[in-house]
Design a protein around this ligand. Structure first.
Ligand code: PA5
Length: 449
């Protein structure tokens, strides 16, 4: 069961933290937001209560397991959740293990960025005959995804392999190019519910198919999210982790702390910070309020890795502008641990001998947290007792719900992303897409050195 420690968001633990009066005053506002989000029944809640998505994954499980590789083709909300799941719930050397060592589950690769070096390397690594390609796009029109889709279709064609034997689409139930191709060519297509935005879709087939392909207990993942949702619906703010996340960030934002750093002390959980980064950046960064005023709202999410970034970012967090809150992610018990042997007797090294790496990691987390607190820099902790599917499911739900709450508190729509449209249209125009020739964009006055 995931736990949250908000102690260092508050006075008196942190000078300049949230005071008791501020907390009491804000609670009714946050409780109202909780009520509003629950009543609005958002897509990310409906999806975990709808068994049909898990059934759809179970129905094709045997077929999926007949392959050796899964290549996930998608970008943004159509990949970051699955990347986070895979990195959290498989060992770092997963793709190098034999099929037997993987207990029959699949090696997994992502074609996300259209970086030719990266794509070529992935394609070199897989044998298309033993590969399933999951093409994931809610809109079915994302350029990066459609480019990769055509590349793998080309590959299948060269090898004389039938697309419908090697491709599964995950897309809107009715709309978009992928849905059209699916019905024309009888390619299997799983559904992303229409009211579920990409960055909220990890607990739909978008994340469930990759998760099941690598042997994640999908039921535990969903159970975790469901149990978290029960807590998310609690109007008692101090008992509701999502409400507390939103309240703390909202109040610290008012104090000028508009940057939120997520810093897992775990390589396996580092990609959760990537998933969170997209969730808060796209959901909360908005030009207009719900009432149509220009507000240029948002919090800037930043990721950092403990302890690595203690040697890179911490100086800034300690002594730079007081514009940040830090969320540490702690793992209480790692799957494995490594003993540091006592080799030398000199004082500057001997204290490490006989300790374990997890002890060092934990001490470093506490050292960072307490030194920041001593310097008036607020933080919170998300505590994973172990890394498991149930708690990862909880994490997704708590942060999705907290995002919806932040939308309420900031009076913006967290479910759209109008700001990315112009860039897409310019790309279409540059790539010669029909009907986009007219898109205007300024040519800069050059200042190239
Ligand atoms: O959260 C979002 O809506 C976006 O990040 C999308 O997931 C991303 O742009 C990919 O879109 P699509 O799934 O339509 O290909």
């Amino acid at each position: 069961m995931l736990r949250f420690d908000f102690s260092f968001m508050f006075e008196p633990n942190v000078k300049g933290g949230i005071t008791e009066e501020e907390f009491e005053e804000c609670k009714p506002l946050v409780a109202k937001a909780v009520d509003a989000v629950v009543k609005s029944r958002p897509g990310f809640v409906k999806v975990i209560l709808d068994r049909s998505h898990m059934d759809a994954i179970e129905d094709i499980n045997q077929w999926v397991l007949s392959f050796n590789n899964l290549v996930v083709i998608g970008i943004g909300g159509s990949s970051l959740g699955a990347v986070a799941l895979v990195n959290a719930l498989t060992p770092p050397d997963w793709n190098y293990l034999s099929k037997q060592e993987r207990k029959g589950y699949l090696r997994i690769f992502f074609l996300e960025n259209v970086d030719p070096d990266q794509t070529a390397a992935v394609l070199d690594e897989i044998d298309p005959r033993e590969t399933l390609f999951a093409v994931i796009s809610k809109s079915g029109s994302t350029a990066e995804c459609l480019a990769h889709y055509q590349i793998v279709r080309g590959l299948l064609q060269i090898r004389g392999l039938k697309p419908s034997n090697h491709i599964v689409f995950i897309t809107d139930p009715k709309k978009g190019f992928l849905r059209k191709i699916a019905s024309e060519e009888k390619i299997l297509a799983l559904e992303i519910p229409p009211d579920l935005g990409g960055r909220f879709s990890v607990l739909s087939p978008v994340g469930l198919l990759p998760a099941s392909a690598i042997g994640v207990d999908v039921k535990a993942l969903i159970d975790g999210a469901r149990d978290a949702y029960v807590k998310c619906s609690d109007l008692k703010v101090e008992a509701n982790p999502a409400a507390m996340i939103a309240l703390c960030h909202y109040l610290h934002k008012k104090k000028g702390r508009t940057i939120t750093v997520m810093m897992p002390y775990s390589n396996r959980l580092y990609s959760l910070a990537d998933w969170f980064r997209q969730l808060w950046a796209e959901s909360l960064g908005k030009k207009y309020s719900l009432s149509g005023e220009v507000v240029n709202e948002g919090l800037t999410p930043v990721k950092a890795l403990g302890v690595v970034d203690q040697h890179s970012q911490l100086q800034l967090y300690m002594e730079g502008p007081d514009d940040k809150t830090i969320t540490f992610i702690e793992v209480e018990k790692f799957d494995r641990d490594v003993l540091i042997p006592s080799i030398h007797t000199e004082e500057e090294i001997s204290y490490l001998g006989g300790k374990k790496l997890a002890d060092l990691l934990k001490s470093e987390l506490i050292g960072t947290e307490r030194s920041l607190a001593a310097n008036g820099r607020p933080s919170m902790r998300v505590i994973f007792p172990t890394i498991n599917a149930y708690d990862i499911g909880q994490f997704f739900m708590y942060y999705e719900f907290a995002t919806a709450l932040m939308g309420q508190l900031l009076n913006i729509n967290p479910y759209d992303q109008p700001g990315v449209e112009l860039g897409k249209q310019i790309t279409y125009s540059l790539m010669g897409r029909k009907n986009y020739e007219h898109i205007q964009f300024p040519e800069p006055v050059k200042r190239v050195v």
